[in-house]
Write a protein that binds this ligand. Structure first.
Ligand code: FES
Length: 354
C-alpha cells in the first residue's frame, strides 16, 4: 500500500506533518524535545547555533533540524549518541564564545544557554575564551549591550529586521571580531533604533539587559501578571514582572494576539511612572495660588459644583476634557462619557505625554 503523503519517521514512529514545516517544528508538534537557541519563531532559519542537530537517514552529516524542511519518507533520529555528543560540543563552543559566569548575570534563571548546559551536563569548557574586544554599551537609558556575553546567535537581528522590520541592527565585522552592529556601528541611542526592545526579548543569553530592571530581582523572584497594555487601543498582551508589589519589568506575551510578544517603546519601557514619587496620590485644591491636600469627597464636591456653575454661566462648550494615554482605555471611556453625556460637549482629547 502506498505511504500516505506528509508522513515521516520520527525516532521510529510514523508522524504526519504539514507541508512547509521544518523537522524541528514537526518534532515539537509530536513531543520530541529538540533544543534550539538561535531559532526564532516566525523568522527565517539561520542555522547559527547547531544545537538542534538531528540524524537523518541518508544525510552525510548531522543536520540542523530548524533549517531542514520535512519531507515524506524521511527517517529522523533526535536523540542518538552521535546527536547528543554533537549538541554537547556545540553548547561547549557557545560557552567558550564569551563570559558566561552565571552568578552575576542578569539572565541567570532565564538563559537558554544556561539551561542547555545544565540539561546536557556541559560542566567544563575546553576551549580558550577570547578577550572581549568591545566594551559594554550602557549610555542609553533602556538597553545595556554586553558584548562579552553575546553568542552571535542573530536572534536580536531577526527580531529587529524580520519581526519589527526596523532594520536597525545587523551582523558586523569578521571572525573573532564579529559583533552585532547598528549602521556605522553607532551606539543604540545614535542609531536607527526605536527602542521597541524586541531585541532584548529575543536575546537568549545575558547580552542584552534592560537597564531599569538590572539588579532589581531574579526571574524566579518575580510574579508574572498578565495584563493589557493601557497605552493605546491595540490591546497588546503583556506580562508585568512584579517583585515585592513593584513592577520591575514588562515583557510581551508571545502566546497571545494581537501582538504575539512584540511591544512598542512605551509598552515595554514606559512603566516607571507607576511607582514614581512624583505621582499624585491625594487630591490637591488650589487656594490663593497654592495647593493644599484635600479629601476625595471635598475635592469631588468642589469640581462638581464648579462644573455646574461654569456650564450654567457659559454653556456646555465652555467645558472640555483632556485625558491621558497612561490611563486605561476604560478610564478614558468614562472620561469621554463624562464630557459628552455629563457636560454635553464634544471637547474631549488626550495627550500621550500626560
Ligand atoms: Fe537550529 Fe540554532 S536552533 S541551528
Amino acid at each position: 500500500m502506498a505511504e500516505p503523503t506528509n508522513v515521516l519517521t520520527l525516532d521510529g514512529n510514523k508522524v504526519s506533518f504539514q507541508a512547509g514545516q521544518t523537522v524541528l517544528q514537526v518534532a515539537r508538534d509530536h513531543g520530541a524535545p529538540i533544543p534550539s537557541l538561535c531559532h526564532l519563531d516566525g523568522c527565517a532559519a539561520t542555522g547559527a547555533c547547531r544545537v538542534c542537530v538531528v540524524e537523518i537517514k541518508g544525510a552525510r552529516s548531522l543536520v540542523a533540524s530548524c533549517t531542514i524542511p520535512a519531507a515524506p519518507g524521511m527517517e529522523v533520529w533526535t536523540r542518538t549518541e552521535k546527536v547528543i555528543q554533537s549538541r554537547r560540543l556545540n553548547i561547549e563552543l557557545l560557552l567558550s564564545m564569551g563570559r558566561h559566569d552565571c552568578v552575576t548575570c542578569e539572565a541567570n534563571g532565564d538563559c537558554v544557554l544556561q539551561s542547555l548546559a545544565y540539561e546536557y551536563r556541559v560542566e567544563t569548557v575546553r576551549f580558550a575564551r577570547p578577550e572581549s574586544h568591545y566594551p559594554t554599551e550602557a549610555a542609553n537609558p533602556m538597553i545595556i549591550r554586553d558584548f562579552s556575553r553575546c553568542v552571535l546567535c542573530g536572534r536580536c537581528v531577526q527580531a529587529c529586521n524580520e519581526v519589527q522590520v526596523n532594520e536597525a541592527i545587523s551582523h558586523g565585522f569578521r571572525g573573532a571580531r564579529s559583533k552585532i552592529v547598528t549602521k556605522g556601528d553607532q551606539p543604540y541611542e545614535q542609531s536607527d533604533c526605536v527602542f521597541c526592545g524586541e531585541c532584548l526579548q529575543a536575546c537568549p543569553v545575558g547580552a542584552l539587559v534592560e537597564k531599569q530592571a538590572k539588579g532589581r530581582g531574579r526571574p524566579w523572584e518575580m510574579q508574572k501578571v498578565k495584563t493589557t497594555c493601557a497605552y493605546c487601543g491595540v490591546g497588546c498582551q503583556m506580562f508585568l514582572h512584579v517583585r515585592n508589589g513593584r513592577v520591575v519589568k514588562v515583557t510581551g506575551d508571545a502566546q497571545s494576539e494581537p501582538n504575539h510578544g512584540s511591544l512598542c517603546v512605551k509598552g515595554r519601557f514606559g512603566y516607571d511612572f507607576i511607582h514614581s514619587p512624583e505621582r499624585l496620590t491625594k487630591p490637591l485644591i488650589r487656594e490663593n495660588g497654592d495647593f493644599r491636600e484635600a479629601g476625595w469627597d471635598e475635592a469631588l464636591d468642589l469640581v462638581t459644583r464648579r462644573f455646574r456653575e461654569i456650564r450654567q454661566a457659559h454653556g456646555p462648550d465652555s467645558l472640555a476634557g483632556l485625558t491621558s494615554a497612561r490611563a486605561t482605555n476604560e478610564e478614558n471611556y468614562l472620561m469621554q462619557k463624562l464630557v459628552r453625556a455629563g457636560f454635553g460637549a464634544n471637547h474631549i482629547d488626550h495627550c500621550a505625554r500626560l
